[in-house]
Design a protein around this ligand. Structure first.
Ligand code: MG
Length: 236
C-alpha cells in the first residue's frame, strides 16, 4: 500500500531550471541592450554578477529583510553599480529589468528527468506546487515548460500570504488540496525553506540534492537525481 497520496513540489531548481533559463535570458538581453558597446562589460561578468546579486537579494527576502518588489527594483541597478558601469547612462536599466522579468519565465528548460518523472508520478498521485514566488511568474514558468497539466494546485507565497519555511504556507496548501499531513510529502532543493519548513509541520520530505552538499539535517529521504523518486514513490 502506498504511503502518500499527495506530492508537493518546489518549483525553482527542483523542476524548473532557474539557472539555465536565467542564463539564456541574460545573454539575449546583453545583445539586445548592446551592453558590450554601451559599456565595457563582457557577458561572462554580467551573468556572474547577476547570479551573485540575485542570490544575495533572495537570501534577504527569505530572511524578510526586504520585500519582493525590492528584488525586482534593485537587482539590475545594483549589478551595474557593482560592475562599475558608471551611471549606466546609455543603458535603459528599467527596460532591461522589465524585459528580464517578462522573458525569463517563458524559458522552458527543466531540471534533468523532471518531465519524465512527472508523467509517471502523475498516474499515481495528486501533485501540487508550493513555491516562494510571484503568482503570475510561477504560473508562466509552469505553462511554458509544459508541466502545468500535472499539477492540481499551485500554492505561491503570494496566494498563501506566507512563505516557506513558515508553517502557514504548508498548512494553507494542505487545506487547499484537502490533504492530511501523514499522506503528504514535500520535495525540494532547499534545506531551509522546503525541508525544514515541511518538517516543521510534521510533513515527510524528499531533499533533492543534485550538488551532493553536506549537511547534518535529518531528512526523510534524500536524492541526487529526480529519477530516484520512482524508487521512493513507486517501489521500483
Ligand atoms: Mg527551489
Amino acid at each position: 500500500m502506498k504511503k502518500y497520496k499527495h506530492l508537493f513540489f518546489d518549483l525553482d531548481e527542483t523542476l524548473w531550471d532557474y539557472k539555465a533559463n536565467a542564463h539564456e535570458t541574460l545573454i539575449e538581453l546583453y545583445e539586445q541592450f548592446n551592453l558590450g558597446s554601451n559599456s565595457d562589460l563582457n557577458v561572462e561578468d554580467f551573468v556572474a554578477e547577476f547570479f551573485r546579486t540575485n542570490e544575495e537579494l533572495w537570501r534577504k527576502y527569505d530572511k524578510r529583510l526586504i520585500v519582493k518588489d525590492q528584488i525586482r527594483q534593485d537587482r539590475f541597478p545594483l549589478i551595474f553599480e557593482r560592475l562599475g558601469v558608471d551611471g549606466h547612462k546609455d543603458i535603459d536599466v528599467e527596460a532591461l529589468q522589465k524585459n528580464f522579468i517578462y522573458e525569463s519565465p517563458k524559458k522552458g528548460k527543466l531540471i534533468d528527468h523532471a518531465a519524465e518523472i512527472l508523467i509517471t508520478l502523475s498516474k499515481h498521485y495528486s501533485m501540487h506546487i508550493i513555491t516562494n514566488g510571484f503568482e503570475e511568474i510561477q504560473t508562466t514558468k509552469l505553462k511554458y515548460s509544459g508541466i502545468e497539466k500535472y499539477f492540481q494546485q499551485v500554492i505561491t507565497s503570494e496566494r498563501a500570504h506566507a512563505q516557506k519555511p513558515d508553517p502557514d504556507i504548508f498548512l494553507f496548501a494542505l487545506e487547499a488540496v484537502k490533504a492530511n499531513i501523514s499522506e503528504s510529502v514535500m520535495i525540494g532543493d532547499n534545506l531551509i525553506s522546503d525541508i525544514q519548513g515541511a518538517r516543521g509541520v510534521g510533513m515527510d520530505q524528499v531533499f533533492f540534492n543534485p550538488d551532493k552538499r553536506n549537511h547534518d539535517l535529518e531528512v526523510t529521504h534524500e536524492i541526487n537525481y529526480l529519477f530516484e523518486l520512482s524508487g521512493i514513490l513507486l517501489n521500483v
